[in-house]
Design a binder for this molecule. Structure first.
Ligand code: GLY
Ligand code: MN
Ligand code: MN
Length: 439
């Protein structure tokens, strides 16, 4: 992502802000894994979206219209000794020269400098509740200013939820963002293909996970957007199965839900395929309905349709499949009733997608003024219907029990309709068998 892209975002936010206002946005803290070992640092998405600044211990401040500096970045100071152990930090010089700040101060000076900036503002844009440590400090600063009212100091009169404005911006992906997301999806698609190629009965679920991680890391995507799910057989019915420690059995399907993060953008792909490379007739019966549901949902992804249209299309198709397969009893006439009574939820209990972006379950409102939001070009979402038949599902033919199938793609809304960013990963049964047959 270029510096000008981050600058454009700050400008867009500043244009949304009221006069005489200030926005304050902290970097996320480092997380301790155990004792003196830390998790790999991953910046908070909101902070990174506006700054492109990858270090912890930083606070970004925006003051639209301020003559000396509109964008001020508080961050760590350069320290020769620390640099020897941990590598260099940007410091105040780097913050200005490399990250486009108009001015920069050491983070240790925050308590001294930021209250003076707050004094000049009437409105504070701040995401209260997201960073408890800073919340308290912001309140202390504001109370300190109020105590000086008799000296003629005025200070802020209004707090405004910054996250609401930022999330509206983040919902619409720019060209550079779409490029990165397409690349993330392409890498993940390769990783799914790799898992299909190497899969053999008797392997462990974690061996397929390792293949996914390897493929992604070799393309520079060293983090996953979420913990990969590799569920063989009945494990695929556990929606958040992440221990991935069971053997893969001949005759079972395996469901892999995995997507890398690239340059802080997520991909999120699910494919389900036969461990031995050939779908059984019973598996084909079920899989065909999930694929039909996904196609029906994808057809609804276009500008002007609302957020719930793809889900409704998937639900209708799956409910029809459940009736035809006899999973749900009732005859064709009762399809509408099955949908209305949500009887399909026994086998399809999640929604058909979510926004996708810097966070896998990305930000952005799904409803506006109580109504489902209309899809618009630049929005990115997943389309991920599934069918899950628990091993102990009563009244269901034995051949279908313990089967979980989901097909998930990453989709961009375009002016004409949509583009599937993850289309390199095969999902037609014959294509999957063909790829697996090349082993
Ligand atoms: N992998 C998380 C999801 O599909 O929503
Ligand atoms: Mn998803
Ligand atoms: Mn997923």
């Amino acid at each position: 992502m270029t510096r000008s892209e981050f600058k454009r975002r700050r400008k867009a936010l500043m244009e949304m802000m009221e006069p005489d206002s200030i926005a304050i946005l902290p970097a996320s803290p480092i997380s301790v894994r155990n004792r003196d070992v830390h998790y790999p640092y991953r910046p908070d998405s909101d902070f990174y979206y506006l700054t492109g600044f990858p270090e912890p211990e930083a606070v970004a401040v925006l003051i639209p219209g301020r003559a000396q500096a509109e964008y001020i970045l508080f961050c760590r100071e350069h320290d020769e000794k620390k640099a020897r152990w941990d590598g260099p930090v940007a410091g105040q010089e780097g913050a200005v020269a490399r990250y486009g700040a108009d001015d920069s101060f050491p983070i240790t000076d925050l308590d001294e400098i930021l209250p003076r900036m707050l004094e000049q503002a009437r409105r504070v844009y701040y995401a209260m509740g997201a960073h408890p440590d800073l919340d308290q400090r912001v309140l202390d600063w504001v109370n300190g200013i109020r105590r000086r009212a008799r000296e003629g100091v005025t200070g802020p009169v209004e707090f405004i939820a910054l996250d609401h404005y930022l999330h509206e911006l983040r919902l619409f992906k720019s060209r550079p963002e779409i490029k990165v997301m397409a690349r993330a999806a392409a890498i993940s698609a390769e990783a799914h293909k790799r898992a299909m190629r190497v899969c053999r009965p008797g392997m462990m679920e974690y061996e397929l996970e390792a293949e996914i991680l390897h493929e992604c890391a070799c393309h520079g995507a060293r983090a996953q957007a979420y913990a990969p799910i590799v569920g063989g057989g009945a494990n695929a019915c556990v929606l958040h199965h992440v221990d991935n420690a069971s053997p893969l059995r001949d005759g079972d399907l395996v469901l892999i839900d995995a997507g890398c993060e690239l340059d802080y953008y997520a991909s999120d792909i699910t494919r389900t395929f036969p461990v031995n490379g050939r779908f059984s007739p019973a598996q084909r019966d079920l899989y065909a309905w999930v694929l039909a549901a996904q196609k029906a949902a994808l057809e609804k992804v276009r500008p002007g349709n609302h957020w719930d249209d793809p889900h409704q299309a998937a639900v209708r198709t799956l409910a029809k499949g459940m009736l035809e397969l006899g999973l749900v009893k009732g005859g064709k006439a009762t399809l509408a009733k099955i949908v209305r009574d949500a009887r399909y939820k026994r086998f399809y209990m999640h929604r058909t997608g979510h926004w996708l972006g810097m966070d896998v379950h990305d930000v952005g409102d799904y409803k506006v003024d109580g109504e489902w939001r209309l899809l618009e070009p630049g929005m990115c979402l997943t389309v991920e219907p599934g069918l899950y038949i628990a091993p102990d599902a009563g009244g269901v033919a034995k051949r279908w029990r313990g089967t979980g199938i989901r097909i998930e793609d990453d989709v961009l809304v375009t002016p004409e309709g949509h583009e599937v960013l993850s289309s390199d990963a095969p999902k037609d049964m014959d294509e999957i068998e063909h790829l697996m047959g090349e082993r």
